[in-house]
Write a protein that binds this ligand. Structure first.
Ligand SMILES: Cc1ncc(COP(=O)(O)O)c(C=O)c1O
Length: 399
């Protein structure tokens, strides 16, 4: 019998124990090397043990770990300046996680309406298939029954409509609407990019009705799509953006970005966090940006993404019994499986490669952004072998 665990049993963990990581590789306790194209679910943006991040963390650890937000923290000002210089935003609030960045984004939107003399506007329109986190407000925003069940009444103020359905959005707007919240590419929902025209139409609707447009870029932001943030592909910008995951490269860090106007209600005392913007997190966040904003880095992401796209398209052609469709942008890729996605994930893991499950029977590939073309081809070869195995199994079953 398996030994009882002292941990909450909220996760279905794979029986794998990793001891260390090197770039795109994770090394298990028994020495087996796994190609890590899960990257901590889009967190290890620069892979494992990146020397620049390690040096930044060590250097800061020898100076000061934590200061309260009662004092000025130069690392916050530096990181916020770089984020605002490179985006639509004028203001930044730092958090420790994605859900907290979303909480800040939702509070910012509601508070904006409040400050404009419209306190009745607190509803946020969200989309089916969304995932925004596991706090009480973000499970209400995500609207997924499996995450809401048993936790008491759903937090009020969230209205959900089908993804990509503009008429449904229009019909959902009332005198109580404060904001529209969307992932430009749904991650957990199954790597579903929102069409550019849809995002542009949401921008127009928000302008017309005085609503805040919030983008959740917790998973798709910080270089993952080949731009610093995914909104840059859409030709429009949001009023508020939540980032996390890749921004800390593995150190817990999130950020809520907003225009000056959107953040105008967030005056002294309206929000706070003990750890948000802690000096260790700021040192690592700044080090991540040193690399991601470095010359040619985003171009590298786009180039490697092309290697993946072409390779995956060819695998989809060759193994139609296993791969139904390839989705995504940049290094946020989805393989819609023609077999149960759990079987594909298992077959890929048997080839010593890690990927992540998602909705709609999709497997997510979220490789570190430093993945080289050669490492991409190694990953493709492993998916090919997994597809061969599954094709053979399927053929045997139908023979
Ligand atoms: C799009 C999106 N939003 C929010 C979150 C929540 O982030 P966290 O788990 O850091 O709270 C996630 C996490 O997977 C996510 O993918």
């Amino acid at each position: 019998m398996a030994e009882a665990t002292p941990l909450y049993e909220t996760y279905m963990r794979a029986p794998l124990r990793f001891e260390r990581g090197e770039g795109v590789w994770l090394v298990a306790e028994d020495g087996t090397r796994y190609l890590d194209f899960a990257a901590g679910v889009a967190v290890n943006s620069l892979g494992h043990a990146h020397p620049h991040l390690v040096a930044a963390l060590k250097d800061q650890a020898e100076k000061v770990w934590h200061l309260s937000n009662l004092y000025e923290i130069p690392g916050q000002e530096k990181l916020a300046k770089r984020l605002t210089d490179n985006t639509f935003a004028d203001k930044v609030f730092f958090t420790n996680s994605g859900a907290e960045a979303l909480e800040c984004a939702i509070k910012t939107a509601r508070r904006y309406q409040f400050a404009k003399g419209r306190p009745e506007r607190f509803h946020v329109i969200t989309f089916e298939g969304a995932f925004h986190g596991r706090t009480l407000a973000t499970i209400a925003a995500g609207g997924q029954a499996k995450y809401l069940e048993g936790f008491g009444p759903k937090a009020p103020g969230f209205v959900q409509v089908p993804f990509g359905d503009l008429d449904a959005v229009k019909a959902a707007i009332t005198e109580e609407t404060a904001a529209i919240l969307i992932e430009p590419i749904q991650g957990e929902g199954g790597i579903r990019p929102a069409p550019k025209a849809f995002l542009q139409a949401l921008r127009d609707l928000c302008d017309e009705h005085g609503l805040m447009l919030i983008f959740d870029e917790v998973q798709c932001g910080v270089g993952r799509t080949g731009k610093l943030f995914a909104y840059e592909w859409s030709g429009i910008s949001p009023d508020i953006l939540a980032a996390a995951k890749g921004i800390g490269g593995g150190f817990p860090l999130g950020a809520c970005l907003a225009t000056e106007e959107a953040a105008s209600g967030m005056v002294a005392g309206t929000h706070g966090s003990t750890y948000g913007g802690n000096p260790l997190a700021m040192a690592v966040g700044n080090a991540v940006l040193d690399v991601v904003l470095g010359e040619g880095f985003l171009e590298h992401v786009r180039d490697v993404a092309l290697v993946f796209r072409q390779g995956l398209a060819s695998l989809a052609d060759r193994f139609p019994d296993v791969i139904e469709e390839i989705r995504g942008e940049g290094l946020m890729l989805g393989i819609k499986a023609a077999v149960p996605s759990a079987d594909l994930l298992k077959a890929i893991r048997s080839e010593k490669m890690l990927a992540v499950p998602a909705g709609e029977n999709v497997i997510r590939l979220l490789p570190p952004l430093i993945t080289t073309a050669e490492e991409a081809r190694e990953g493709l070869a492993r998916i090919e072998r997994a597809s061969e195995t599954l094709t053979a199994v399927k053929q045997r079953a139908t023979a």
